[in-house]
Design a protein around this ligand. Structure first.
Ligand SMILES: C[S@@+](CC[C@H](N)C(=O)[O-])C[C@H]1O[C@@H](n2cnc3c(N)ncnc32)[C@H](O)[C@@H]1O
Length: 409
């Protein structure tokens, strides 16, 4: 059976475990396979060093971020038609223009406020946001880009040189988060790319599901061990998983929560704006989602085998937005909004921006199709959520005026 064709990250869920890996027609080149083999050797060495086992978070971290070899740090094309998936900024400038309305509302008339974009991908969102903020007369003092992988910087620079050359002097690339942040931190589809731990709830107990090797040179396989990490144990106990006659496997995203806490501690005044696919905890750990949400992308095919071609494919998990909200609130942020991507974009004026782009009938038709993908419940509109965490901002935020899902957290 072929894998599901899915251009968007996150969109094939939750029954993906029954979907097989991509067919032989999608076989990698010899060079790509050698690249993956080199990473496999590194991961095997880590498993050896770990006494025959590593947590899934360590595996995912190595598969995505090993310098020079991981998916996000090893030169794969990743984004767009020639890559593995498409994200909202790559679909249409409407996404960035709407996000800019929300950013502009927070930083307008505050020339000292910065924007920090985490995981800026190809730089398209930065270009669209800067372009719109310029039009709104709400440019930030600096627009900073920060990614754990510096590999995409050249691509981001090329995008900005082409799209907003007159605003380049405001753009900076950071290696670490600043100690103090005043302004807006924005991250689109970043939390889902952070390594997760896997937990296996069974009638005989709760285990951490990690990765082992079959023989010294054999394939990777899952192996369960008793949980020794106290934070993971507490998190697993708090997820409210109900065994309904079978086992349950789910992801716990402590690294995503730690990132939000770390940003929150630094945010002296401003907004943390997060866009990603996921749900509140009750829906995330719903009894019917018993295989979890782990998903892999390889040349626009989605499947559920994280051991397929390490380093060449994307690995991702949905976001538990309850955990994200708690992480922010615990460090003193205010949960200022949580809604669907569709509600957020419409509240930020998607329809008006669409009309602006549609100066001709053909222009309207071209602009409408990707806009539809952003808001349709069958595509990105409802699975993708937007969360706002703030400090020092009490006024309502424009993007959250049409819908409120905080009750689902
Ligand atoms: C799926 S891509 C999304 C890229 C882009 N935001 C978009 O929407 O097209 C996730 C990006 O997040 C980056 N990333 C992962 N962990 C990060 C972290 N802790 N800080 C900053 N960037 C991170 C990855 O390296 C990758 O470039």
């Amino acid at each position: 059976m072929p894998s599901l064709t899915s251009p968007f990250r996150g969109l094939v869920s939750p029954r993906i475990a029954s979907v097989q890996i991509p067919s032989a027609a999608l076989a990698p080149s010899a060079e790509a396979r050698a690249h993956s083999d080199a990473l496999v050797e590194r991961i095997r060495a880590a498993i050896d060093a770990g006494g025959g086992w590593i947590g899934f978070d360590t595996f995912m971290h190595m598969a995505l971020y090993t310098p020079g070899l991981g998916y996000y740090s090893g030169g794969a094309v990743k984004f767009g038609v020639g890559g593995d998936f498409v994200t909202a900024p790559g679909l249409t400038p409407l996404f960035g223009r709407c996000v800019a309305q929300q950013i502009g509302e927070v930083i307008a008339h505050r020339p000292d406020a910065d924007v920090i974009e985490l995981g800026p991908g190809t730089g398209v969102l930065a270009a669209d946001v800067l372009h719109e903020l310029d039009a709104l007369h709400a440019l930030p003092g600096r627009y900073c880009m920060l990614d754990v992988s510096g590999e995409l910087r050249a691509r981001q620079q090329a995008t900005l040189v082409q799209r907003v050359p007159h605003l380049l002097d405001r753009v900076e690339w950071l290696d670490v988060l600043p100690d103090a942040i005043d302004g807006v931190v924005v991250a689109n589809e970043v939390l889902d790319a952070l390594p997760v731990q896997l937990v296996h709830w069974t009638a005989d107990g709760v285990f951490e599901r990690g990765v082992a090797c079959t023989g010294a040179a054999g394939p990777f396989r899952f192996e369960d061990r008793p949980i020794v990490d106290r934070r993971l144990e507490q998190a697993a106990a708090s997820r409210g998983v109900v065994l309904d006659g079978g086992d349950y496997i789910g992801e716990i995203g402590l690294q995503a929560e730690a990132l939000v806490a770390s940003i929150g501690e630094r945010l002296e005044r401003g907004l943390l704006l997060l866009v990603d696919y996921g749900f509140g905890r009750r829906e995330f750990f719903h009894p019917q989602r018993r295989h979890g949400t782990l998903m892999c992308h390889w040349r626009h095919h989605a499947h559920a085998d994280p051991f397929h071609l390490p380093g060449l494919q994307d690995i991702t998990a949905h976001v538990d937005f309850t955990g994200i909200a708690e992480a922010g609130v615990d460090v003193g942020l205010r949960l200022a909004g949580y809604t669907t991507q569709a509600s957020f974009l419409v509240a930020c004026g998607l329809l008006d921006r669409l009309m602006d782009m549609a100066d001709t009938r053909l222009g309207y038709a071209r602009a409408t199709a990707p806009a539809q993908k952003l808001v349709s419940p069958a595509e990105m509109g409802e699975l993708f959520k937007v969360m706002a965490l703030t400090r020092g901002i009490d006024a309502p935020l424009v993007g959250f005026t049409l819908g409120d899902l905080t009750r689902t957290l």
